[in-house]
Design a protein around this ligand. Structure first.
Ligand SMILES: Nc1ncnc2c1ncn2[C@@H]1O[C@H](COP(=O)(O)OP(=O)(O)OP(=O)(O)O)[C@@H](O)[C@H]1O
Ligand SMILES: [Mg+2]
Length: 363
């Protein structure tokens, strides 16, 4: 489908216009096959041809924003994510099913729109889940990093936000994913100057989605949920907040199995490694697997002899791992949550810390 394209470097302009023209061609074919909707398809083809024309005359520095529209439709699926079942379930109900079964949701008086914020320590799968959500829903996906949106020029950030939402409206149904959301949605009381109007612009755009019955859903991810403006966390905006914890024992085991699948391994004691990696993030698990693979590979090259990856290699990688970023995150989170009297909003973080040996580590 013409929604998928991979764009690279200097070929960007060429690819972009080709992407539009390919889309136009698809609509032209459809217009011939489906006489009943011929006019509608022809109109869509014309629109895409016009877009291709505009791309060719646009200066390079105006191109960046169009990239959002071309965000690659991800192949990642929920089955690629180990554990986090509750989160998958909630996202399924809040995002995927409404996109797939709009009529059914309407029947039960469910208003379309709004979004969820995922928060938690780094490397525990927030961005991965967002990608898999778009993969599962099979809709266009706008992966927005704050650096894509923010500009040092007054007024330009607001313009970018409004352009992004326009592109999203043109590509419905779709999901917009705001990564590093704390920088975009920070508390207006702490924001200064044009950051304040940036948040207001974001609120206006989000609210207008609800009014106009648009098929656009929002996901945001952050490591600093306490910095996010409360107005953004209201129902109808980012109404649901989901805590994404570090992987549990069986998830760590599964991540190891996914990472070492099809690699030359010998008698790996997955239980032992999963036990030895409490508080490791998903990214940490990937890292110890990669380190082990690299070490064994370089040993093979040195000795000119092939040997398989063993439990000891993974244990060595664990031994070399220094401070865990998740533990650091929990320490900071608990400090902030208690200092700002925010225990109700972040109950899950406190519960997680209380139910684990983290207490000993943070003491
Ligand atoms: N539950 C999981 N199952 C499988 N792989 C995982 C899981 N969690 C994390 N990973 C792996 O770790 C990588 C990093 O995760 P991701 O980028 O989604 O973390 P994040 O929570 O968005 O981190 P950050 O806060 O730093 O942006 C993923 O690309 C994936 O390879
Ligand atoms: Mg991320």
């Amino acid at each position: 489908m013409y929604n998928t394209i991979n764009i690279q470097g200097s070929n960007y302009k060429l690819n972009l216009s080709k992407y539009y023209l390919d889309g136009a061609e698809e609509y032209l074919i459809k217009s011939k096959q489906d006489k009943k909707n011929e006019k509608e398809y022809l109109k869509k083809a014309e629109e895409l041809i016009e877009k291709a024309r505009i791309v060719n005359i646009l200066p390079e520095n105006n191109m960046k924003l169009n990239e959002f529209a071309l965000a690659k439709k991800p192949n990642t699926k929920f089955k690629d994510i180990a554990g986090l079942e509750k989160i998958k379930e909630k996202i399924n109900l809040k995002v995927i099913e409404p996109l797939k079964n709009q009529k059914l949701f309407e029947l039960f008086g469910k208003k379309f729109g709004g979004g969820i914020i995922m928060y938690g320590p780094p490397g525990c799968g927030k961005s991965f889940i967002a990608e898999a959500t778009a993969g599962e829903a099979n809709v266009a996906y706008f992966n927005v990093k704050v650096s894509d949106i923010k500009s040092k020029y007054v007024g330009e950030t607001e313009q970018n936000i409004s352009k992004l939402f326009k592109l999203a409206r043109d590509n419905q149904p779709c999901i917009i994913f705001f990564d590093e959301f704390e920088s975009l949605g920070q508390d207006r009381n702490q924001a200064i100057g044009h950051d304040k109007s940036m948040i207001s612009q974001l609120l206006t755009e989000i609210d207008s989605l609800g009014n106009k019955d648009q098929k656009i859903l929002l996901i945001a991810a952050t490591n600093e949920p306490w910095s996010i403006d409360l107005a953004l966390r209201r129902e109808g905006r980012f109404g649901s907040t989901l805590f994404v914890p570090p992987p549990d024992f069986s998830s760590r085991k599964n991540i190891l199995k996914i990472q070492l699948d099809n690699k030359p391994i010998e008698d790996i004691d997955f239980d032992l490694i999963a036990k030895a990696t409490e508080f490791y993030s998903g990214a940490d698990m990937v890292e110890i697997c990669n380190k082990s693979i690299e070490n064994v590979l370089s040993e093979c090259l040195k000795n000119n002899q092939i040997r398989k990856i063993k439990t000891i290699d993974l244990l060595q990688a664990i031994k070399n791992k220094k401070e865990l970023i998740t533990v650091k995150w929990f320490k900071k989170a608990l400090d902030i949550i208690y200092a700002t009297d925010n225990t109700d909003s972040f109950n899950e973080v406190i519960e997680y810390a209380n139910n684990s040996i983290l207490q000993k580590q943070t003491a």
